[in-house]
Design a protein around this ligand. Structure first.
Ligand SMILES: Nc1nc2c(c(=O)[nH]1)N[C@H]1C(S)=C(S)[C@@H](COP(=O)(O)OP(=O)(O)OC[C@H]3O[C@@H](n4cnc5c(=O)[nH]c(N)nc54)[C@H](O)[C@@H]3O)O[C@H]1N2
Ligand SMILES: Nc1nc2c(c(=O)[nH]1)N[C@H]1C(S)=C(S)[C@@H](COP(=O)(O)OP(=O)(O)OC[C@H]3O[C@@H](n4cnc5c(=O)[nH]c(N)nc54)[C@H](O)[C@@H]3O)O[C@H]1N2
Ligand code: SF4
Ligand SMILES: [Mo]
Length: 698
């Protein structure tokens, strides 16, 4: 084995950062093993990360740039050089800009990957305010934005101290399989083994719900009401942390009045959760020291997303579980995210951001991370109103699978004059582009990882270990495109940006004097100890310096500063007539450990474990419709119809079904690759109403 080199790198095949030992022989990766000292995952990796060799050398990878030669979507492609690809992209950007202005170019990316902030930086540098991400207004960012307004910063769960959480409340989340930090799947297991009690709020009896001491089987979309009832019990029974509330929170009296509107009995009728369980959840969480709140995506997939997130977020605040070991903890900010070059985007362009003036938490100049509103962008593509969008640059965005109402997205994307799509594979979305670019996988690119939201007190590196064919990292493409367009990107190569980020590390932590990307590659990862209760020194970084039970920023924008519940727009209660034809409530979340969003369906070792999309149906409902376990069934909404395989289970309410999202069939060789067969977003609506503050669609 002497000719084998072992290189440590962080896996980024999901949002996590498990460190891997990658075995390299004659320039080829021959083995991937978890690094036993990995600071976050502690020596573990999941099947997605371990399938890295399959990913890197997969025969279907995009290998070189290509241009469309047939009709759009016809599947006819011709290989071109990178040089020619750059020329075509620059020519189209210039032509569209001349005719319609820079804002007519939309820049899209997918879920938070290495290049997320770099895509935003590229859009700002380019001079368009219209960047978007399918998950942005409906995934994770609402939690970040709400946390910033409420407690000054997003605070991840602290699994890293000596203190094991006594109780973990898992709300709309299933982080034994998924979640915003992949490695948490191992850490939640460790915490349970060490004795953490578990309260799970989920319409499905998930793997975590199976292990729970208390499972609240909530009606989908009613979490804001349920959380306010828990808040009601915490306040009425005086279960809150009196000292913390008195000293460190703002607006307790106002919250108390609002919570009176949500007594458990009334909320039980709204949410289908028994009254006693609501009371028990409040008491159990309060009795725990510390208690940890793990909140997930489900809260954000409603058009009342901000208030649902706010309501759930108040529970750890009222119980004083903020910036304490084993609770929510403010990260140590070893580095900042890369600069987004917002200063390169002129003010008059910022005013043109689609959705500006309506969804302030998403689009306003003082929004935490201004981005544009997807339904408004798609409308602009289709109708030219309020102004035309004519060019679409996509960097890891499989929007035909991931954005609601696929038919609408398809029509909107197709209406563009020019689409460039950078991806690892020829997805249904790449297939309707004019240019496709081959992206590097996690084993083929350099990156620095360390956002406070994920890894709190640790920075890690991801290394370019191999390169296959002509793939490049997205960051390299941004550098080159900026150069060719004569734009000020602020760096010659991606590593310059990482070095800029590490300057912050050096400044904040003198023990890392002289650190740069090369040094980081030697160190692999660095951590600093967490300091707790930082607010005692400097207050919370909110407008009032307190944890805001009453949110002054939402109030200043004219939104309700206190959480409230509204019935979702398409339910058996809000639309009883429609319910006669469509009597079941559908959810389309819930992830599989073998897939990441719309990815991995072409990976034999992963697909082999989960070959078909599954729709969960209660045995009574299945019987009523003559369905047996394993049958292919139709699922239909007013938008369309798809088919998935029935998984008959009493872990779901007879009135609810859950189908899987992200399904396309790479093995189907027509250019749509089965896009319309099993894709949950054929079923979902995009027509509004939208969350007033965030613009979130259902
Ligand atoms: N119905 C329903 N819809 C949903 C959801 C749901 O639960 N239900 N979830 C929503 C959420 S939370 C999210 S975040 C979105 C996700 O939606 P997307 O982000 O659009 O989906 P992904 O499949 O994660 O990523 C898109 C593409 O990025 C490619 N890719 C991977 N790495 C790279 C890279 O380094 N560079 C480039 N250029 N490409 C890369 C992948 O191959 C993939 O084709 O979907 C949303 N849509
Ligand atoms: N393995 C794997 N990991 C992933 C992903 C993946 O696709 N696969 N995707 C990544 C992405 S982009 C994201 S955003 C995260 C998402 O990860 P999570 O935050 O864990 O989100 P989901 O798994 O979609 O849904 C969590 C749970 O919410 C439940 N749920 C559905 N509707 C409701 C509701 O109305 N209320 C409540 N309380 N619960 C409800 C579902 O049944 C599900 O069990 O995971 C990331 N990590
Ligand atoms: S959890 Fe995420 S980071 Fe860890 S091995 Fe799996 S895919 Fe990689
Ligand atoms: Mo997401």
């Amino acid at each position: 084995m002497s000719d084998v080199e072992i290189i440590k790198t962080a896996c980024r095949n999901c949002h996590g950062s498990c460190v891997a030992d990658v075995y390299l022989k004659n320039g080829k990766i021959i083995k991937i093993k978890p690094d036993k000292n990995s600071p976050l995952s502690r020596g573990r990796m999941c099947p997605k990360g371990l399938s890295g060799i399959e990913l890197v050398y997969h025969p279907d990878r995009l290998k070189y740039p290509m241009k469309r030669v047939g009709k759009r979507g016809e599947g006819k492609w011709q290989r071109i050089s990178w040089d020619e690809a750059y020329d075509i992209i620059c020519d189209n950007i210039n032509e569209i800009t001349e005719k319609y202005g820079r804002e007519a170019i939309a820049v899209g990316h997918g879920t938070g990957r290495h290049h997320m902030n770099q895509v935003i930086r590229f859009a700002n540098t380019l001079g368009t305010p219209n960047w978007f991400e399918p998950g942005f207004a409906q995934c994770f960012f609402p939690r970040i934005a709400v946390a910033k307004m409420t407690i000054g910063e997003f605070m991840p769960c602290d699994y890293y101290s000596d203190v094991n959480p006594e109780c973990i409340m898992v709300w709309g989340h299933n982080h034994i399989k998924s979640g915003h930090g992949g490695e948490n799947m191992f850490l939640i297991g460790d915490a349970i083994k060490k004795g953490s009690k578990l309260i799970v709020v989920d319409p499905r009896r998930t793997e975590l719900a199976e292990k729970a001491d208390l499972w609240l089987q909530v009606r989908p979309g009613t979490d804001a009401a349920l959380a306010m009832a828990v808040v009601n019990v915490i306040i009425e029974e005086e279960l809150y942390d009196k000292e913390f509330v008195e000293k460190w929170t703002y607006g307790f009296e106002e919250l108390k009045q609002r919570a009176k509107e949500y007594p458990p009995k009334k909320v039980s009728e709204i949410t289908w959760v028994p009254e006693e369980q609501i009371i028990q959840a409040a008491r159990m969480f309060r009795a725990a020291k510390p208690g940890m709140m793990e909140w997930g995506l489900a809260l954000e997939h409603t058009c009342n997303c901000v208030q649902a997130v706010r309501a759930v977020g108040l529970i750890p605040i009222l119980t004083g579980n903020i910036d304490v070991p084993g609770g929510w903890v403010e990260g140590m900010k070893l580095i900042d995210p890369p600069s987004k070059n917002l200063d390169r985007l002129p003010l008059e362009q910022q005013y043109k951001r689609l959705g500006f003036g309506e969804y302030n938490l998403l689009t306003a100049l003082d929004a935490p991370n201004p981005g544009s509103h997807i339904p408004t962008i798609l409308e602009a593509m289709k109708t030219g109103e309020p102004y035309p969008i004519k060019g679409l640059l996509l960097f890891g965005n499989n929007g035909l699978l991931s954005i609601a109402d696929t038919k609408n997205t398809y029509e909107a994307y197709m209406a563009n004059d020019f689409i460039c799509c950078m991806d690892l594979f020829m997805t249904p979305t790449a297939e309707i582009s004019d240019i496709v670019l081959p992206a590097a996988s996690w084993l083929e690119l350099n990156e620095i990882i360390g956002y406070p939201a994920y890894s709190a007190n640790t920075v890690l590196v991801q290394k370019q270990i191999v390169r296959t064919h002509e793939c490049k990292s997205d960051e390299e493409v941004f550098c080159e495109l900026s150069k060719r367009l004569g734009l000020d990107w602020g760096a010659d190569k991606p590593e310059d940006i990482y070095n800029q980020q590490l300057k912050v590390t050096e400044k904040r932590y003198p023990e890392y004097k002289g650190i740069d990307f090369d040094k980081m590659k030697e160190l692999n990862y660095i951590s600093v100890p967490i300091e707790y209760r930082k607010y005692e020194k400097s207050g919370f970084k909110t407008r009032t310096g307190k944890a805001e039970l009453y949110c002054t920023q939402l109030g200043a924008w004219g939104y309700d500063p206190l959480p409230y519940y509204v019935e979702p727009p398409e339910t058996v209660y809000s639309q009883p007539e429609l319910a006669k034809e469509y009597p079941l409530t559908l959810t389309t979340g819930g992830r599989s450990i073998y897939f990441f969003c719309t990815e991995n369906r072409q990976m034999p070792s992963l697909r082999g474990k989960h070959p078909f999309p599954l729709v969960e149906i209660h045995p009574d409902t299945a019987k009523k419709h003559g369905i047996e376990d394993g049958d292919w069934v139709y699922i239909e909404t007013p938008r369309g119809r798809i088919t998935q395989k029935a998984k008959v289970t009493d872990g779901i309410d007879p009135r609810v079904i859950n189908c899987e999202y992200g399904w396309w069939y790479p093995e189907v060789k027509t250019p749509d690759h089965g896009l319309w067969e099993s894709n949950a977003n054929v079923l979902t609506p995009m027509s509004g109403p939208y969350d007033p503050a965030m613009g979130t669609y259902l």
